[in-house]
Design a protein around this ligand. Structure first.
Ligand code: KG4
Ligand code: ZN
Length: 349
């Protein structure tokens, strides 16, 4: 039995987990900073790193206690090195280094995206996943279509050319006056709305598996906001700030129509990429994979099995980092104390 301690601090969640053999969660603790950042309408990097510093030690201690695991039973410490916010990543990486040095255990640096993908290995029938699979990783920072031939073997099929899917949900949520993060708020508002009320543009960039969400975001803004002359003059364009909504705007209808368009774009490319790459199944991961419409639509439009993580593993957590770290550890990866953060780290170079 191999026990990995995972540490994740790439954005606004301070998280630690103990995972057994890469697939069984023994403890998984997430201290979320969302309540603090929602006051600013987004993640405030300087505040995030300070809050990680305060939370990391108790979160790791609580994880070990809940898992009933002593430091000498831990086989390796896996920590997110990137992509993410530099100041936030530094807290986790330095804490991980300290533990690895103090406990005399190997350190394994993990890519956050590879972590999201491995949230699928923490589900019940993960042993039935058969390669090659197509991974749709959709979060606040990423919208990637990756062909995964095995653990550690990825090929990039598509990426976003501008905003990430979650970022688009967050920005549209903000301009509709909904709370941060926008994804869950838009999904909730959309339940009361008519998805056909607005026919928003769906830029499809034919012939590629890339995404582009900025056109959709602008279309929503044009449809719902009162254009501010002074703002237009100042910036040469309409603003994405929560401006004044047109009096006739129904927020639920706008949220439902935006969500339908965003899901349509994601599903269209995913189904096409799955066919082109001839995969056996489709895995969905990242915060946006919590979206029920996305799950339903993708399953409706493909005959391939579609897997997604349970809701608590869609958003950032350290169990997924421990799982990805386990497979890296199995393949022989050992990182020394010179391990450094890589805010722009890519899974496929
Ligand atoms: O994976 P995650 O926790 O952090 C990153 O690595 O970015 O993803 C957070 C993103 C946010 O943009 C949030 O709005 C989005 O995931 N999100 C959702 C939903 N829940 C979270 N987007 C759409 N529908 C949801 N239900
Ligand atoms: Zn994430």
């Amino acid at each position: 039995m191999t026990l990995i301690l995972g540490i994740e601090t790439s954005c606004d969640e301070t998280a630690a987990a103990i995972v057994e053999d890469g697939i069984r969660i023994r403890a998984n603790i997430v201290a979320s900073q969302i309540a603090t950042h929602s006051q600013y309408g987004g993640v405030f990097p300087e505040v995030a790193s300070r809050m990680h510093v305060e939370a990391i030690s108790p979160v790791v201690a609580q994880t070990l206690a809940e898992a009933k695991v002593a430091p000498d039973q831990v086989d390796a410490v896996a920590v997110t090195v990137g992509p993410g916010l530099a100041g936030s990543l530094l807290v986790g990486v330095n804490f991980g280094k300290g533990l690895a040095l103090g406990w005399g255990k190997p350190l394994v640096g993990v890519n956050h995206i590879e972590g999201h993908i491995h949230s699928l290995w923490l589900t019940e029938d993960a042993d039935k996943i058969t390669f090659p699979v197509l991974c749709l990783v959709v979060s606040g920072g990423h919208s990637e279509l990756l062909l995964m031939r095995d653990h550690g073997q990825y090929e990039m099929l598509g990426n976003t050319l501008d905003d990430a899917a979650g970022e688009a949900f967050d920005k549209v949520g903000r301009l509709l006056g909904l709370p941060y993060p926008g994804g869950p708020a838009i999904e909730a508002a959309a339940r009361q709305g008519n998805a056909e009320a607005y026919n928003f543009t769906r830029p499809m960039l034919d012939g590629s598996f890339n995404f582009s969400f900025s056109g959709l975001k602008t279309a929503v803004m044009r449809a719902v906001q009162v254009p501010s002359e002074s703002r237009k003059r100042a910036r040469g364009a309409e603003s994405l700030e929560p401006g004044k909504l047109r009096p006739d705007v129904n927020v639920s209808d706008a949220a439902a129509s935006f969500q339908a368009a965003a899901v349509d774009m994601l599903v269209d490319k995913t189904v096409k990429a799955a066919l082109a790459a001839n995969v056996t199944e489709i895995l969905m991961a990242g915060g946006v994979s919590a979206n029920q419409l996305l799950r339903k639509e993708l399953q409706r439009r493909t005959e391939l099995p579609v897997r997604y993580p349970p809701l608590n593993l869609c958003t950032d957590n350290a169990a997924m980092i421990a799982s990805a770290g386990y497979f890296r550890w199995l393949s022989g990866q050992r990182d020394g104390l010179r391990l450094d953060v890589e805010p722009m780290l890519a899974l496929v170079r």
